[in-house]
Design a protein around this ligand. Structure first.
Ligand code: ARG
Length: 607
């Protein structure tokens, strides 16, 4: 049950004759929103101004007309026209009370199953695996994981696919490094560290300013590495054997980080190597269908206008052409992505494919989506889920003291360590001030610290609008007050503590819920927030924005805190009120837990 959907449903028949076409109607209905100022009502409708303009009426009159025509219903207590034509909507408290009681028995906490359910493929994390994961891999991994969880919770079918970079030039570098600079003992002791060292060592031998791209080079080391890559791609047995030897180590390293971050197991990990045998077929098809043409020995997909932009202005305006096979026979990132689309469409029949990748690849996705559409894949939604950078406290790209990119594993270690220190501090101070703190073993405390530290990193990231950059700050993400994982985890544990204190079993509130009484304003406000969970889930899914879930959690936590201050639960004035409040507390705990789970963040019962 989604309150907003119900409200819009109420207005729909009234607005339809005024709105004209259905697209407009949807826009006007979209202008019914949660109230900006709760003193004025629960929701507000802002369509009267634009609708009046379109119909040549005065906004307040039109608003009054609409209000008068609303059908009889149990939902709206009052609809009042204010100012230039806003409609303030207050819902009936009885309706809210009955609805909350209904949600208590619902394992989905009021979130309706998607209708119709769709099929999604989500491509995320997708690291180049020749080196350890670094901070740059954080966002794709956890945003993709959160989106998969949200869409699955809604009832969609989601195929998750980790498009590993397991076939690129880095492997040529590793092979070259292995042949020339291997420290055998170090490799046996810790293969991934040694491979990482080899990678950096080889990289440092490239001429200054030269990078790993595949372009022509006169740098002898880079050239040698490119030759190793080319041999690997051509199926050279010795290089393939080395690749097969490296891969399990690389994958185990990546998996260890996923486990720690609580990333759901991927349905598929079809990396670039998986598509290698299909690339020539894709190029042949492109040529056969006239989508691509041979130009100066290379195979090129022209842009939509059929031309190759030459000036920088043209390049900006028009999508560039894509090279799918270079003159030397090598395939490109685009070829591989086109093969991937084809494979996914044939095997998974998705309605939508989401690519959770850094904003720097925006142009790649823009052009390759256009090419995929021209290949005939024009009915599947293709969306680049872009995200900004992680910055250091100096607002520059986040770097270690020595200037390198921080390894993700180290960042997690540090967050967990700081989380433990903070937790112990708060534990001791709560104990000293006579709070009822549980006795916990060191192992349990370490588990709490892991949940707190990992949760802090994830929530700190997911609570930002993904399209913005953000500053990575342990202080901010581990703060015990404010919109942080730690705050939500404490709120959850506090709810659990209420039940533990007097040995109340919450099961009763779920199977046979008592009547809900919304006497105090704080109770009513909390009930309204609880009923908004489906709105938050819908909004987050509609625009693929996990921060709408954290924004919701923050609103819920604030309502809960006001409720907690002003409404005694265990010492409520009557048994009916006590039961009703216990039901609300149990629902708060369940919604927090579920919302955090949608973000891939764990809670603990005692803190
Ligand atoms: N491995 C790529 C990189 O690290 C990201 C791949 C994203 N997915 C895709 N289908 N292109 O830049």
């Amino acid at each position: 049950m989604n309150l907003l959907t119900q409200l819009r449903g109420l207005f729909e028949p009234v607005l339809a004759p005024h709105a004209g076409d259905p697209g407009k109607l949807a826009d006007y209905l979209g202008m019914i929103r949660p109230a900006a100022n709760p003193d004025h009502g629960d929701y507000q409708a802002n369509f009267a101004m634009p609708l009046a303009k379109a119909t040549g009426k005065k906004p307040p009159e039109l608003a009054k007309e609409v209000v008068a025509a609303l059908p009889a219903n149990d939902l709206v207590e009052s609809a009042t026209v204010a100012g230039p034509g806003f409609i303030n909507l207050k819902l009936k408290s009885d309706f809210l009370a009955a609805a909350v009681r209904g949600v208590a028995t619902d394992p989905r906490l009021g979130v309706p199953p998607a209708d119709p359910p769709k099929r999604y493929v989500i491509d995320y994390s997708s690291p180049n695996v020749a080196k350890p994961l670094h901070v740059g891999h954080l966002r794709s991994t956890i945003i993709g994981d959160a989106l998969a969880r949200v869409l699955r919770f809604q009832g969609h079918t989601v195929v998750t696919d980790n498009h590993l970079g397991d076939w690129g030039t880095q492997f040529g570098m590793l092979i070259y490094g292995y042949r020339n600079f291997l420290d055998q003992a170090a490799y046996e002791a810790d293969p991934v560290r040694e491979l990482a060292r080899l990678y950096v060592h080889v990289r440092n031998q490239f001429k200054q300013g030269d990078d790993e791209d595949e372009g022509p080079t006169d740098d002898p080391v880079k050239k040698a590495c490119q030759e190793e890559t080319a041999k690997l791609h051509a199926g050279d047995p010795a290089n393939l054997a080395l690749w097969n030897q490296f891969m399990p180590h690389c994958l185990a390293e990546v998996q260890a980080i996923y486990d720690r971050l609580g990333i759901l197991p991927f349905d598929f990990e079809h990396g670039e190597s998986f598509y290698n045998p299909m690339l020539q077929g894709v190029v042949d098809d492109l040529i056969a269908t006239g989508t691509a043409a041979v130009s100066q020995g290379a195979v090129v997909v022209p842009n939509a206008a059929g031309k190759v932009p030459t000036t920088p202005e043209e390049l900006k305006k028009e999508e560039p052409p894509a090279i799918v096979r270079k003159r030397d026979g090598a395939f490109t990132y685009t070829t591989s992505d086109l093969a991937t689309v084809r494979y996914r469409v044939e095997h998974f029949r998705p309605d939508a494919m989401l690519y959770v990748v850094d904003f720097r690849q925006a142009l790649h996705f823009k052009t390759f989506f256009a090419q995929a559409r021209r290949m005939g894949y024009d009915r599947v939604e293709l969306t680049h889920i872009s995200f900004g950078s992680v910055l250091g406290e100096n607002r520059r790209p986040f770097a270690t003291r020595s200037g390198g990119v921080p390894e993700l594993g180290r960042l997690i270690d540090e967050a967990v360590q700081l989380g433990l220190a903070k937790y112990e501090e708060s534990y001791e101070s709560r104990k000293a001030s006579g709070h009822d703190v549980p006795d916990l073993t060191d192992a349990v405390k370490r588990d709490i610290a892991e949940a707190v530290g990992v949760g802090a990193i994830k929530y700190g990231d997911l609570s930002q609008n993904r399209t913005s950059d953000y500053v990575f700050s342990y202080d901010k993400m581990l703060a015990t007050e404010g919109n942080t994982a730690t705050y939500m985890q404490y709120a959850y544990a506090r709810c659990c503590a209420i039940f533990r204190k007097e040995n109340v079993d919450p099961a009763r509130f779920r199977s046979d819920p008592p009547a809900v009484v919304l006497a105090e304003p704080a109770e009513r406000a909390l009930a309204l927030q609880l009923l908004r969970f489906p709105e938050a889930v819908d909004a987050a899914a509609a625009d693929y924005l996990p921060h709408l879930v954290t924004g919701y959690l923050w609103d819920l936590a604030k309502s809960y805190s006001v409720f907690f201050e002003s409404c005694p639960v265990l010492k409520a004035p009557s048994p009916e009120l006590r039961d009703s409040r216990l039901l609300l507390v149990d629902l708060v705990a369940r919604v927090i837990r579920q919302a955090l789970d949608l973000l891939g963040i764990r809670v603990v019962e005692r803190m």
